[in-house]
Design a protein around this ligand. Structure first.
Ligand SMILES: NC(=O)c1ccc[n+]([C@@H]2O[C@H](COP(=O)([O-])OP(=O)(O)OC[C@H]3O[C@@H](n4cnc5c(N)ncnc54)[C@H](O)[C@@H]3O)[C@@H](O)[C@H]2O)c1
Length: 439
């Protein structure tokens, strides 16, 4: 559904009027296209004090932007704050960014590099945790479609672990991601044979792929070279086949809650599943006092239990080979809660529990990563059905003052799915424009 307000503020009279009324000023976001694959400008690399991570400059030189040492309209600023270990050291963060923050080009990116707060050194932990508050606040004040994130390294990691993450964050693909904290592991990245088609030779299965976010995920994974299997309920067969035909994908009409779902998925990918995306989801909203058991059960079954069951069965059957990627779909409702959504929010919070617990074990036992996206307000049929007032509130109550598009979630899934995203594991990335809900 068209965002008429965004359109209005894109016109001179509309901008004048809405400014006079003190209303939000959403900046049009620039997404990835074949013609505009990169941000428009150079990358400024700054360091607060001394870096504690080896190889940051080399990794940044491979992030897709030319480097500059001048604060003259950079498209991106990376501040290496990995060496900040005391409260006094935070002064270096201010000293580095204060003079240059205004010069960032519209639609720009600020990425702060930090380290995981130490359980053994409360001064280091305080200083590094301080960066989270800093980043989240800067995300709220930066405006003009720019975004701010924090990437944390574990002790002893080399900057190379962050390469795929920095490529994503410093590109138009992360347009609707802001105020996020990503914590890396020290795992060395798997090689990428062809950067233009990083998923070439891999089969990717996406559930709920007939429409909405799932169709966008299928499309972006196909763009990145994957052979896609698009799964949706048999009742959506026609729409599913249309989507699959458009992408050169295979349609698999199947209810994910079927007892033999994992077997049928494994049979559809006899050479193994390189990427498994749990996207199918339903809502059956009612306040708890009015919610019959069947509405509760169907949401938990589709949104959580079938995800747990198929993941376990596919991993145990060895259907997801080493280097495999599992991506599940949570929601900010699972973080912030939502009236009328005790069932939905419980299921989505369950997804967060699943990825945090299974991620490290799946990596150790199977060489597979497990992550989740947590979309905020995304323009789909699901949100078009939301009453007007709540829909408008959902669109504006985030730092970018607009709803996201299905492709924004899809780009985040594609980043998790990259072969060299090995160090990204057990993470929940909110794709919500830094929604105020659950902030
Ligand atoms: N749209 C948003 O703003 C938003 C926000 C947060 C989270 N999400 C989550 O993102 C995912 C996709 O949402 P969407 O907005 O594209 O929804 P959608 O309703 O447009 O699409 C969901 C798809 O899942 C399919 N599906 C439902 N039950 C299934 C089952 N048992 N087996 C197989 N397929 C099934 C549906 O047929 C549909 O094609 C969902 O998990 C949703 O909870 C969406």
């Amino acid at each position: 559904m068209a965002d008429r307000y965004l359109h209005l503020t894109g016109t001179a009279p509309g901008r004048f009027l809405t400014r006079r009324l003190g209303l939000p000023q959403p900046a049009p976001l620039r997404r990835w296209t074949l013609e505009t694959p990169r941000l428009d400008g150079p990358l400024l690399h700054l360091t607060a004090g001394t870096s504690a991570v080896a190889g940051v400059a080399e990794t940044l030189s491979r992030a897709g932007l030319p480097l500059t040492d001048r604060a003259d309209r950079p498209a991106a600023i990376v501040l290496d704050a990995t060496g900040v270990a005391t409260a006094a050291g935070l002064g270096d963060v201010h000293a580095a960014l204060h003079p240059v923050v205004r010069s960032l080009a519209p639609g720009g990116r600020i990425v702060v590099l930090g380290t995981v707060p130490s359980p053994d050194d409360h001064h280091q932990a305080a200083a590094q945790q301080a960066l989270e508050g800093f980043v989240r606040s800067l995300g709220k004040e930066i405006e003009r479609g720019s975004t701010v994130q924090l990437v944390r390294f574990p002790g002893g990691a080399s900057a190379q672990a962050a390469e795929s993450t920095l490529r994503f964050l410093l590109s138009p693909r992360s347009a609707y991601v802001s105020g996020q904290v990503i914590e890396l592991t020290a795992a060395a990245p798997d090689p990428v044979a062809d950067p233009a088609a990083p998923l070439a030779g891999r089969t990717a299965l996406v559930t709920g792929a007939a429409r909405g976010i799932g169709a966008a995920v299928a499309s972006v994974l196909a763009r990145d070279g994957a052979q896609v299997i698009a799964l949706d309920v048999p009742g959506a067969r026609e729409e599913l086949e249309r989507t699959a035909d458009r992408l050169g994908a295979t349609a698999l009409p199947l209810d994910i809650t079927a007892p033999d779902a994992a077997d049928r998925i494994a049979a559809a990918a006899p050479d193994g599943l390189g990427v498994l995306v749990h996207n199918a989801g339903i809502t059956r909203d009612r306040r708890l006092a009015n919610m019959p058991a069947d509405r509760w059960a169907s949401v938990i079954e589709v949104n959580l239990d079938s995800v747990l069951r198929t993941t376990d069965e596919l991993l145990e059957a060895g259907a997801i080979p080493r280097g495999g990627r599992i991506v599940a779909t949570a929601s900010i409702a699972g973080i912030a809660g939502n009236t009328g959504q005790t069932n939905y929010a419980a299921g989505k919070a369950g997804i967060i529990g699943l990825v945090r617990s299974l991620g490290p074990r799946a990596a150790a036992d199977h060489g597979v990563t497990v992550n989740a996206v947590a979309p905020g307000f995304i323009e789909t049929k699901m949100t078009a059905a939301v009453p007007l007032f709540i829909r408008e509130a959902g669109r504006r109550m985030n730092s970018l003052s607009q709803g996201g598009l299905p492709v924004d979630v899809a780009e985040a899934v594609a980043w998790f799915a990259q072969p060299d995203s090995t160090a990204v594991n057990g993470q929940v990335l909110r794709v919500c424009g830094q929604s105020l809900l659950g902030a």
